[in-house]
Design a protein around this ligand. Structure first.
Ligand code: NAG
Length: 379
């Protein structure tokens, strides 16, 4: 049977597509393996760290903590980030009032554990606008400003107001569209920044500090918790090497005049966050994936002692949801449930202790510009 030229070209192009797909897969796989290896090498370097003088501040800070932690301390004491800690920063981008406290809780933890990296909060510049003569500021804005001032004073956080993306004609922009993640590439002064997706709880900042010292093969690396079947969600930790070039490359590849987070995140190289079985530590966990743990020999105490960052979602931890709903969302395993409840309880307690805020009443939440904003006056 003879093939028509149309059929031949279809056959050829599908072969070409298949070969390219395979090559792409291979190159992706090789890159991924290299990064995994560099991550593993960094988490578990082959060369023993040299002897460290006892006056080293990094070692001193964890004096008295159980062994197992000292590994990171030794590693950090001998491996500084490129350009030093002055060029490394944790950055939080708050776009809604409800997110402010979570960001500050993270920085409170970094201060307590004496992380040497710099700390930045980006917030909407409109919160700085003076109210008109004779008018009072919106109570949400007032609360957020109080918390931001506290972060600057108590936790050495630099406050960076950011300008909104101008609104084109049509529907109003959501908070995410107005203050997109592309802003994370703007602090050019820093060699590396680390962004934690809200909301979450830092349980141990030292393994996070270590991420500033890792080699990076792309200017944007996203880490997600190792999920079920290698399934990968959104990155809960993003490492960025900001530069004018990186910013320009990303912005030019986005649709004209818009900076959608979903498109931005597609340009982030994704990795599974490393776990270290020898030291029983994990960098990152997701509350929404704790159910997957219920089958294994999961131990809640151990989980809470050895995880660096827990990303909390479904439900969002800032809201005071009904007990039945909370129970429905819980994982089924006994130990996983214990860990889950403890993470939510710690978040709630820190919200009160650090920010003086109760949970947000969820009944009063209205959908405004695609997100939750609460009418109820904040305390
Ligand atoms: C979990 O681990 C801790 C020590 O890390 C141990 O004391 C405890 O008995 C363990 N719990 C269970 C249920 O295995």
């Amino acid at each position: 049977m003879l093939l028509t030229s149309g059929q031949i070209s279809v056959a050829i192009s599908s072969t070409v597509v298949a070969i390219f797909t395979f090559l792409l897969f291979l190159s992706g796989y090789v890159l991924q393996q290299q990064t995994v290896h560099s991550l593993q090498a960094a988490i578990h370097p082959k060369i023993a760290p040299p002897q460290i003088p006892t006056t080293n501040p990094v070692l001193a800070k964890h004096f008295g903590r159980p062994p197992g932690h000292s590994f990171y301390d030794k590693y950090l004491a001998s491996n500084r980030p490129k350009g030093g800690w002055a060029k490394s920063a944790y950055v939080q981008l708050v776009r809604r009032h409800v997110e402010v406290c979570g960001a500050i809780m993270g920085f409170a933890r970094l201060e307590k554990e004496e992380s040497m990296a710099q700390r930045i909060i980006m917030y909407p510049r409109e919160w700085d606008v003076k109210p008109e003569e004779g008018k009072k500021r919106d109570p949400h804005v007032e609360t957020s400003r109080r918390l931001l001032r506290k972060a600057a004073k108590d936790y050495r956080v630099m406050l960076q107001p950011i300008d909104p993306i101008p609104q084109a004609a049509g529907s109003p922009l959501t908070a995410e569209e107005k203050y997109p993640l592309t802003n994370l590439l703007s602090p050019h002064h820093y060699n590396r920044i680390l962004f934690l997706q809200p909301s979450g709880l830092i349980l141990d900042s030292t393994p996070l500090d270590l991420l500033f010292t890792l080699p990076m093969e792309s200017p944007m690396l996203g880490l997600s918790a190792p999920g079920l079947d290698g399934e990968r969600g959104q990155p809960s930790i993003i490492l960025l090497q900001p530069s004018k070039q990186a910013y320009q490359d990303v912005v030019e590849s986005l649709p004209e005049g818009a900076y959608p987070d979903t498109e931005f995140l597609q340009r982030v190289t994704m990795e599974s966050a490393p776990t270290d079985s020898e030291f029983h530590t994990r960098l990152l966990a997701e509350t929404s994936q704790l159910d997957a743990e219920s089958v294994a020999d999961f131990n809640a105490t151990k989980f809470l002692d050895t995880t660096a960052y827990v990303h909390i979602s479904d439900p969002e931890p800032e809201y005071d949801i009904l007990r039945q709903e909370f129970m429905r969302a819980m994982p089924s395993g006994k130990q996983a449930r214990k860990a889950w409840e403890s993470v939510y309880a710690r978040f709630r307690d820190a919200r009160m202790n650090i920010c003086g805020l109760d949970l947000q009443p969820v009944e009063k939440a209205v959908d405004e510009g695609g997100g939750k904003e609460v009418i109820e006056e904040l305390k």
